[in-house]
Design a binder for this molecule. Structure first.
Ligand code: ARG
Length: 466
């Protein structure tokens, strides 16, 4: 029997039931729905709507239901439309009519908003932990190849030599901001809609701060109408997921490129690569490609949730039920992608000889120009002097580093005492904070590690005590 059956007589069409049911989507919210119900039972007792011993009976029956859900013995029935109806029906089986007393002063509208917020809190904490793990893996990889050189690219054209740790630290930085955004979003998600009822609040003297605290929220969302109708916390969370996936897709792209035969910079671990059913020689970077592909779908999840909310009249509308599919998809995809990237990064093997040998002599052109500047030439003129040399070399098929002292001095007498630049000297010259100079790389690695340690502690603090 549906909770609203007395109003809508005559039974529902099975088409209606299939089309409107959300049991399959919101089953995973069941543990949160139980928490929210426990809080409500206690708040009703505090407001003297039910007696303290009745509240106790409800709480212990709900605790049993929570156990049934955890152990998998809970029976899900297609005819009960959503997770709330399931918990309520089971409660009535256990405590009879008293089970029906629990719904005074609340609605499925404030319940679902609370369930979702509790779920997003947990999902954010899992993502926070997973981001830190991946950052760790990147830092360890950077340490392992701390002295190794690699070309850097702009426009996918070789730019300047860098240490391998430099691009890896770039990915660590991106992930660090993803971590911050998720943590910042948590503060706005961690607010309780409980006590808002369907839209207007409740006539029972429910203590909303008490309800919030009992359900595990830090604070309360003030306006009842807003509390049941907005899903901006989902937009924030899913946009964090989309952005983090986008960042992962950029790393994935680097990996795809670096592992090609043409680049040959990195060897993918066998455990994370596939072969071809036809071409015996192939080793394909499937994980990286799928991370890149899945990022597209998580961007779609964000668009989906924004579109659901756009132009929706106040307050709750059933459209909002559709928020779960993109939410769960985004959260699950991000977590899986972070986990597999972490495992893969831990096993990546660079070929430092190859990466260094791949650095084109022309990557040192800026160093030549900088040398002229150090001898007093204005940079613009130095730039064009070296550009002429580059053009000449390219025309004659020579490397920039093959030019003789005479040739260099013909271009500019200021070159006369120049020590021959190499990829290593080029890197060593970099001294700005965050640059690829060896001392700066060391500083970046140390700072990143310290930040990780602090953030691990912060994640622990934010997590509910087990
Ligand atoms: N299944 C609904 C959802 O996910 C729960 C709230 C339903 N409220 C209602 N008035 N029908 O949004």
């Amino acid at each position: 029997m549906k909770t609203w059956q007395s109003r809508i007589k005559g039974g529902s069409s099975s088409l209606f039931e299939d089309f409107t049911s959300s049991v399959h989507q919101d089953q995973r919210l069941a543990p949160y729905d139980v928490m929210v119900s426990v809080a409500h039972a206690r708040a009703l007792s505090r407001a003297s709507v039910i007696k303290p011993d009745e509240a106790e009976q409800l709480v212990s029956a709900l605790t049993e239901i929570g156990e049934e859900i955890r152990s998998g013995s809970f029976t899900w029935r297609d005819e009960l439309e959503d997770v709330h109806s399931h918990v309520e029906a089971r409660l009535q089986e256990k405590v009879g009519d008293l089970g029906g007393a629990l719904h005074a002063g609340r609605s499925r509208n404030d319940q679902i908003a609370a369930d979702l917020r509790l779920y997003v809190k947990d999902a954010s904490l899992s993502a926070l932990g997973a981001i830190l793990a991946l950052q760790h893996a990147f830092l360890e990889l950077g340490r392992r190849y701390q002295d190794a050189l690699i070309p850097s690219y702009t426009h996918l054209q070789q730019a300047q030599p860098v240490l391998i740790a430099q691009p890896l630290l770039a990915h660590v930085s991106m992930l660090g901001r993803d971590w911050e955004r998720l943590r910042d979003g948590l503060a706005r998600t961690d607010r309780s809609p409980l006590g808002s009822g369907a839209v207007a609040g409740s006539g029972y003297p429910l203590d909303r701060a008490f309800l919030a605290q009992q359900a595990g929220f830090s604070t309360v969302i003030e306006n009842a109408t807003d509390a049941v109708s907005d899903r901006d916390f989902l937009v924030e969370f899913v946009s964090c997921c989309a952005l983090c996936m986008t960042h992962l897709s950029r790393f994935a792209e680097d990996l795809i490129l670096w592992s090609t035969q043409e680049f040959g910079f990195v060897k993918l671990p066998d455990a994370f690569a596939s072969g071809s059913s036809m071409m015996p020689q192939k080793k394909n970077p499937d994980v990286a490609e799928l991370v890149r592909g899945k990022a597209a779908l998580v961007i779609g999840d964000l668009t989906g949730i924004l579109s659901l909310i756009k132009s929706l009249p106040l307050a709750y509308n059933r459209d909002l039920q559709e928020d779960k599919t993109p939410l769960f998809h985004a959260a699950d995809t991000l977590l899986a992608a972070l986990e597999i990237c972490t495992a893969m990064v831990a096993e990546l093997e660079f070929d430092p000889q190859r990466t260094e040998a791949s650095i084109s002599s022309f990557s040192l052109a800026t160093d030549l120009a900088d040398y002229l500047v150090s001898k007093g030439m204005p940079f613009r003129r130095a730039h064009s002097t070296v550009a002429e040399l580059v053009a000449e070399c390219l025309e004659r098929g020579r490397a920039l580093t093959d030019l003789s002292a005479v040739e260099l001095e013909t271009a500019s007498p200021l070159f006369s005492a120049m020590p021959r630049p190499t990829s290593r000297t080029s890197v060593k010259r970099k001294q700005t904070a965050g640059s690829t100079g060896p001392e700066q790389i060391e500083a970046q690695l140390q700072a990143a590690l310290q930040l990780l340690t602090d953030r691990e502690a912060e994640t622990k603090r934010l997590s509910p005590a087990q």
